[in-house]
Ligand binder design. Structure first.
Ligand code: HEC
Ligand code: HEC
Length: 259
């Protein structure tokens, strides 16, 4: 893809993202500041083959309908970047399994990153983010690309907060959800909450492996699964319900610099 095409895809992705509906089922308590309106509690419907989520949601950032909606707005809003052109959704396209499908990502002003935008599917289960596990939580990770010069290029936290606080809609929503103006803490929590709703399961492999449905996959795929689990030794690292051991195999050892 040329940079121009990527920009076009980005625009489409942002439009689609805004249209995507998030499925809501309601349970527990939500607001995090005394003057915030208690949010409508939200429980994710966990697709077949994935573990129950309850123990994976941080106590200080419960899921609420309003917070997830705010996170979704932020995720697809290019105004979080210095030139108003790059959103989180510019490198994590919903229709490409939340990747950018590139060898390396293209950030603000057409700059090339050193790695590509990886999938955001089932991140709720992970205690480490990025190719090298640099960030322990989705909350901490979310602020990072906004200030990276090659990704979204915002010059400073102050510049970001000034910009977003000048947008009436954001001020209102932050007051509703967190009882404060726009803060870094709130941005991180809202973006993390939205990303926790991105789940994928109930695959033919799940139906076969966990559900015992003999016909869910072909004979050829069954032979592949046997190799995957035995002499291919794939399951050594791609293990468990989410096909990952959450360990870092190479990047962590080489300490490769990234942009
Ligand atoms: C210019 C492209 C670009 C933009 C914009 C971008 N990302 Fe990413 N994202 C990446 C790349 C590249 C990686 C892998 C980075 C690494 O390992 O260093 C990544 C990784 C991630 C991961 C880790 C996923 C995992 O499996 O560990 C999360 C979460 C994430 N991005 C969320 C976001 C959020 C939230 C935003 C907006 C605030 C955002 N990204 C904006 C390119 C981008
Ligand atoms: C020693 C651990 C290890 C083993 C064994 C292993 N993998 Fe991986 N695999 C990884 C890591 C780490 C990554 C992600 C990092 C990367 O792409 O360099 C990965 C990435 C992948 C991806 C890309 C996933 C994506 O989201 O882009 C596929 C597909 C894959 N492995 C399949 C296999 C298969 C099939 C086997 C067995 C033949 C296998 N792996 C064996 C560690 C392993």
């Amino acid at each position: 893809m040329t940079i121009r095409n990527v920009r076009l895809v980005t625009a489409v992705a942002i439009a689609l993202g805004l249209l995507l509906t998030v499925r809501h089922v309601l349970t527990a308590e939500g607001a995090s500041a005394p003057n915030a309106t208690p949010g409508k509690p939200y429980t994710l419907q966990v697709p077949f083959g994935l573990e129950d989520l309850a123990s994976y949601i941080p106590k200080d950032n419960p899921l609420t309908v309003e917070k997830i909606e705010l996170g979704k707005l932020l995720f697809f809003d290019p105004r979080l970047s210095a030139d108003n052109k790059v959103a989180c959704g510019s490198c994590h396209f919903p229709f490409m399994a939340w990747t950018d499908g590139q060898k390396v990502s293209i950030g603000i002003r057409g700059q090339l990153a050193s790695r590509n935008g990886m999938t955001l599917v089932n991140r709720v289960y992970s205690t480490a983010q990025l190719w090298d596990g640099e960030w322990p939580s989705l909350e901490a990770q979310a602020l990072n690309p906004i200030f990276m010069s090659v990704r979204m290029g915002m010059p400073s936290p102050d510049a970001l907060l000034k910009k977003l606080n000048a947008i009436e809609g954001y001020r209102e929503r932050f007051h509703q959800v967190f009882g404060t103006d726009v803060t870094l803490d709130g941005i991180g929590k809202a973006l993390a909450s939205f990303q926790r709703t991105i789940l994928s399961g109930n695959s033919p492999a799940d139906e076969f492996d966990f559900g015992g449905e003999e016909d869910a996959i072909s004979d050829s795929a069954k032979r592949g699964l046997t190799i995957f689990q035995t002499k291919g030794r794939c399951a050594r690292c791609h293990s468990g319900f989410n096909f990952t051991d959450e360990k870092y195999q190479i990047w962590a050892l080489t300490g490769t610099r990234r942009t």
